[in-house]
Design a protein around this ligand. Sequence first.
Ligand code: 2P0
Length: 327
Amino acid sequence: MSKRPASSTARAHSNIALIKYWGKRDAALNLPAVGSISITLDALYTDTRVTFVPGMARDKVEIGGRGVDAARFTRFLDLIRARTGSAQSARVESWNNFPTGAGLASSASGFAALALAGSRAAGLELSPRDLSILARQGSGSAARSVFGGFAQMHRGSTDDGLDACAEPLLEASEWPLDVVVAITEREAKKVDSSAGMSDLDTRSDYFDAWVSHSEDDLAGMRDAIAARDFSTLGELTEYSCLKMHGLMLSTRPGLLYWNAATVAAMHAVRGLREDGVPVYFTIDAGPQVKALCQPADTARVATALQQVPGVLETRTSALGPAAHLLD
Ligand code: 2P0
């Protein structure tokens, strides 16, 4: 038996998908309709402390020192409590080192950190695979933040979700790349990802095509990563991003996450490419533009994006490590 700490603190880093996840095949278990491939970011992370408190009536959750509605977190902590048979409530204290809910994947780092800290505070020592399955039930993208570097999320084929988890592809140090994030808006988005991707099979004529071609995109990206082929990786990244946004736009009313600065930054990235700089964009469920480049070009990419009208600031990140305990 392992020693049972009542409290545990974990750090998990945010990630961005190169091959995108959008759409679910089971909402209750949060099973994705398609697999995805991501990179974990060093510069953006969440620290979360979970403490099980005897006698406390209900879970209490703070993000950045402010109390938040605990309902989504209680549902997640119930998954951990179901494994241990405990009914104890928990205090959750979480800090993001970046703006929350602004398209920078705070749910990915947040639920990966909560899965690790919560399971350890409950006395469980889960394998990375089981941790990824647990994190997925908090947020689909969180399953990938369990791992560092490059990771692939599998859609899985069973109904119980036990094969819907991420696996590591490469460590961060095995292929150093940088991401320059151009922030064009600091407000939280109006349509969250779960709502935006719900029931797509009935809401978009494009959904079947999105799902049926996803395996080809995943295989192409796996090959590009294995070969360290940056231009193929970048082309596939832009392709998957634009295809996902095409899917979003094909619903009623079309879901449009971009603003004018988003589009200007996309053109700036393509302009850099015409000038011979290998850089490619990706955009998630929000208006921020993430430019992917090799470290030798990072300063030039950041300077160019800072000059785009409407870009408020840029943040640069290398690839980051797996989720880990801090105590
Ligand atoms: C991704 N996104 O692959 C895609 C691209 C946003 C756009 O995964 O409902 O917050 O919690 O499973 O993980 C964001 O979706 O959604 C996301 P839920 P999540 O990164």
